[in-house]
Design a protein around this ligand. Structure first.
Ligand code: FES
Ligand SMILES: [Fe+2]
Length: 444
């Protein structure tokens, strides 16, 4: 087993991570990846999906938690369960499709054992004659599908932990819970609904490279400069011709118009467990008729004062370590599912604000397609960096990854680490993620 292969790994972990830099093996060593899956992803709260992905009894979605194939399924009682996608008889995957409806119960395709949606054994063909006199049958736990140790749902967002121990979901999320409050509060009905299905991208790079990029405020005006400049040129042409370009152009042109020197004006907030927030940089409250109509529906639902509070939340990204990046003002998220030391799946989902005008959904869709989807140049820009980083880290051209930008200038407020004024491009979020990584990997 892993422990036998790398008996000294626990002791050497402290040699891999310093406060301002990390050894390259953290990204490239398959043994470290295995340990990460066991000590981080298969232990902490991992996002499974939104409950609106499984609206009806029997609806299911499959997903990966660490190395484990899982099923999120809606039961007849309305509860959303998370089960291992494995038949307790001889190990067959219970469902082979990514999603579907299992009817009134799960039926294994191999020997037709059947199971309730909470995993309990329902029946075995000829159970009486086949198992009389054995300990096996409905009451034997080994005959039921295994459930995730813990499942919790916050405002429709379903998380599971494969460990029975550890903080509650709320305690785990801490301040980062704002990701879901901000997204749902922006809906006049206080809820969001998933837009069925998502983009899936497999990145040929380690999972941590993606997460570190999410709050990397130095890279956008470099990596995405050409994309932003092209969009800005078109935006200006449209403005010249019509007086006003659609907001969707701004979503791309901001990569060029927010020049590199301006990125230090933003701020990151770094929380326990590796979670981090990047404050907002994109004006999303123009005075166009669509936005004003939306503001009226919010004011009708909550009153003007509360509406101003809701729309005043200043967030661009919330990173929930180790598996979720949420852009709450634009109603989208990316779930990160490590597949191997050099392969990472991201699921890119977006949501509708219940009760909001269609135009506000179109805004979310525009950002989804233009910035986060695999078809946009922005995504391609990032993917190329991720792959190149992984290639470079696999070489012997250097041992360390540096997170030293603005190191030593952070402001510590209890458990929260804020970047100081004019330090928005700080690598504090990466330092915070690696601090959590080291704690988890050391079993804390
Ligand atoms: S493996 Fe599932 S019923 Fe036999
Ligand atoms: Fe990027």
């Amino acid at each position: 087993m892993l422990q036998e292969r790398v008996p000294d790994l626990s002791r050497s972990l402290s040699d891999l991570v310093a406060p301002d830099r990390v050894r390259r093996e953290v990204y490239t060593d398959p043994a470290i990846f295995e340990l990460e899956m066991r000590r981080i992803h298969e232990r902490v709260w991992i996002y499974c999906g939104h409950e609106s992905q499984v609206p009806k009894s029997g609806d299911y979605y499959t997903l990966q938690i660490g190395r484990q194939p899982m099923i999120m399924v809606r039961g007849a009682d309305g509860a959303v369960n998370v089960l291992y996608n494995r038949c307790p008889h001889r190990g067959n995957l219970m469902v082979g499709d990514r999603y579907g409806n299992s009817g009134e119960f799960f039926r294994c395709s191999y020997h037709a054992w059947t199971f309730h949606h909470d995993g309990r054994l329902r029946n075995i063909p000829m159970m009486e004659s086949g198992y009389a006199g054995t300990p096996y049958g409905k009451d034997h736990p080994d005959c039921s599908m295994k459930r995730a140790a813990r499942v919790e749902n916050y405002r429709g967002f379903v998380f599971a932990s494969l460990s029975g121990e550890g903080p509650s979901l709320r305690d785990f999320l801490g301040e980062a819970i704002v990701a879901f409050d901000d997204m749902c509060d922006r809906a006049p009905q206080g809820e969001v609904e998933v837009v069925p299905n998502c983009f899936r991208v497999i990145q040929k790079s380690n999972w941590k490279i993606f997460l570190e990029n999410q709050l990397d405020a130095l890279h956008p005006s470099v990596t995405h400069q050409s994309t932003g400049r092209a969009a800005h040129e078109v935006e200006k042409e449209i403005e010249r011709a019509t007086g006003k370009a659609p907001l969707s152009y701004h979503m791309l042109s901001a990569f060029a118009t927010v020049t590199i020197d301006k990125w230090d004006n933003f701020q990151t907030l770094n929380y326990p467990h590796g979670h981090c927030v990047l404050t907002g940089y994109m004006g999303l409250r123009p005075k166009d008729p669509d936005t004003l109509a939306y503001e009226k529906t919010l004011a009708d639902a909550y009153g003007r004062k509360r509406m101003e509070e809701i729309l005043g939340v200043n967030i661009h990204h919330v990173l929930i370590y180790p598996g979720l990046s949420v852009q709450s003002p634009l109603q989208q998220l990316r779930a990160v599912r490590p597949l191997g030391v050099d392969r990472t799946l991201t699921e890119i989902w977006h949501f509708r604000l219940k009760g909001a005008p269609e135009a506000i959904y179109r805004r979310s869709l525009a950002y989804y397609n233009l910035v986060n989807s695999p078809s946009t140049l922005v995504n391609a820009d990032d993917l190329e960096n991720f792959w190149k980083c992984h290639q470079g880290l696999s070489s012997e051209g250097g041992d360390w990854v540096s997170f030293a930008r603005h190191y030593g200038r952070d402001i510590h407020k209890g458990e929260i680490v804020e970047t100081a004024p004019n330090c928005g491009t700080s690598e504090a979020p990466m330092r915070n993620q690696m601090k959590a990584w080291a704690q988890y990997m050391n079993g804390r």
